[in-house]
Write a protein of this length. Structure first.
Length: 496
């Protein structure tokens, strides 16, 4: 492999392979898909030769029919033969697709079958993805292009740094980004051999995690650097409860742990140009936002009432998101009075709870179970305020979308939410920084008090308009975050 050089002296661009299990719009289940779509593009704008490795799911192949075969990869240990296809994303990023029909040509989602159950062979499926990522970052790569940095994401590529650690010869530096520490890829110890890991890797300073194999722990242990998706989350995961058993390792590696706030796609999420909303608007034409509120109400069958605020949720319906608190205080919220719009899916109990709430209050509550991209944009544009009462939130993106759309967010002070939303206090209003509403206590009562406060401020039109303007003026683009990543890449390559 060619030696790594610094970005200040090299004659060629810094070469980075971005390994991920999702990339929107090709395949997406959450924020990882959005990050994978946007960050490599921002890196390319800074002169980085960024390329992506992604499984060749059926949905991906259907959207990229012109891909051509680039290399055949031999089987290894308990992992089958596979091949690499070459293509490009819609934004022009070179794309390597890992084609293994045995593992990826199946119905359902990337991680679960059509009934919502995890695929029983996920360890082998994403072990293969990690193994191939490591291969492409090693001197044994079948490609002419050799990355200087392998940028891994989440547990699905977490074994790649471990594979490289136990391999011989030159290799790329490794960076692992943790998007949500709650998902760790924990499997039985009997899979160590099938995955081609050496027996001596299974110990507390290796891939072993309380008697089991953890993909994420492996990556945290062996990656040359670690990043998370907000500064606040980087601090939270070094202790309980948000360390999820890995806080000791993360605290021990804090010198190479970086909190870098995710950005958003400001071309896709822009109310002035958004083709999916009823009426486009900007900070100078905020009156047009009301057209979207009317359109949203009409689409969902909600009553039209000029003096009633409309609160919104777009989320996975899980305990993490604090939406059980919202169900608990729903009667008091509706009595303010207020209306509620929800879009999302997740835990059956929460799905049933919000569906029942909508059925019993059809003029005031709408619950759409599932996901609809057009509706998501109309909700951001049409709602008065956006709710994210999360127990923990590594970064979050909807609170940034909402501020861009003049829809002040209501959040709990955790992770990326605390990093991106400034509470509506007299001091913050006077400073021109207030952009939403923040509460600290983990309880339904604290959420209700904050909702009541937001509804009260909503009736103060001048103050509400100031909140909207402050939020819309903030820069949540990927540019600053991408520059931070380039700095880390350069430091890693220099250290090698």
């Amino acid at each position: 492999m060619p030696p790594a050089t610094s970005t200040s002296t090299q004659s060629e661009p810094l070469r980075v392979l971005f390994a991920t299990s999702e990339c929107a719009p090709l395949v997406k289940t959450g924020g990882l898909g959005d990050v994978s779509a946007a960050l490599p593009v921002a890196l390319a704008r800074l002169g980085v030769d960024a390329r992506m490795l992604l499984p060749a799911y059926p949905s991906v192949l259907a959207q990229l029919p012109a891909c051509r075969k680039l290399a055949q990869l031999a089987p290894s240990a308990g992992l089958p033969a596979s091949s690499l296809l070459q293509g490009r994303t819609a934004s022009g990023i070179p794309l390597y697709l890992l084609d293994c029909p045995e593992f990826f040509d199946r119905p359902g989602g990337p991680y679960q079958d059509e009934s919502g159950s995890d695929w029983s062979d996920n360890a082998l499926r994403f072990g293969l993805l990690s193994h191939v990522a490591a291969l492409l970052a090693s001197a044994d790569s079948p490609l002419d292009w050799h990355p200087q940095v392998l940028h891994c994401n989440e547990w699905q590529t977490g074994l790649a740094p471990a594979y490289l650690h136990h391999a011989s010869g030159a290799r790329a530096a490794t960076l692992l980004t943790v998007h949500n520490l709650a998902f760790q890829g924990i499997f039985g110890a009997e899979l160590v051999a099938a995955l081609g890991l050496p027996p001596d890797s299974f110990h507390p300073d290796g891939v072993e995690y309380y008697g089991k194999l953890s993909f994420l722990k492996a990556g945290l242990q062996f990656a040359d650097a670690i990043s998370t998706v907000s500064p606040g989350y980087a601090l939270e995961i070094q202790s309980e409860p948000f360390g999820f058993g890995l806080q000791g390792l993360l605290a021990a590696r804090k010198d190479c742990l970086h909190g870098i706030l995710n950005g958003i796609d400001t071309s896709l999420w822009n109310p002035a140009t958004d083709p999916l909303i009823a009426s486009r608007y900007s900070a100078d034409t905020l009156a047009a936002k009301a057209v979207n509120k009317s359109a949203l109400r009409a689409r969902l069958g909600l009553a039209s009432a000029a003096d009633v605020p409309l609160f919104a949720v777009i989320s996975r319906l899980t305990e993490q998101k604090g939406l059980d608190w919202l169900l608990e205080i729903a009667p008091q919220l509706l009595a303010l009075p207020a209306q509620l719009v929800l879009l999302g899916s997740g835990e059956p109990e929460l799905e049933r709870g919000f569906a029942a709430l909508a059925q019993s209050h059809p003029q005031a509550v709408s619950a759409t179970i599932g996901f609809d991209e057009t509706l998501a944009h109309l909700i951001e544009a049409g709602a008065d305020a956006f709710l994210m009462p999360s127990r923990f939130e590594p970064c979050g993106m909807n609170q940034m979308y909402s501020q861009r759309y003049g829809t002040p967010p209501i959040v709990r002070a955790t992770g990326g939410l605390a990093d991106t939303v400034v509470d509506c206090t007299p001091a913050a209003l006077a400073a021109g920084s207030a952009s939403g509403f923040v509460f600290h206590e983990q309880s339904a009562a604290a959420l209700l008090v904050t909702l009541e406060r937001a509804a009260s401020v909503w009736r103060e039109r001048a103050t509400w308009r100031a909140l909207q303007h402050n939020g819309m003026a903030r820069d949540f683009s990927w540019d600053a975050s991408a520059r931070r990543y380039v700095e880390i890449y350069a430091r890693l390559t220099n250290n090698r």
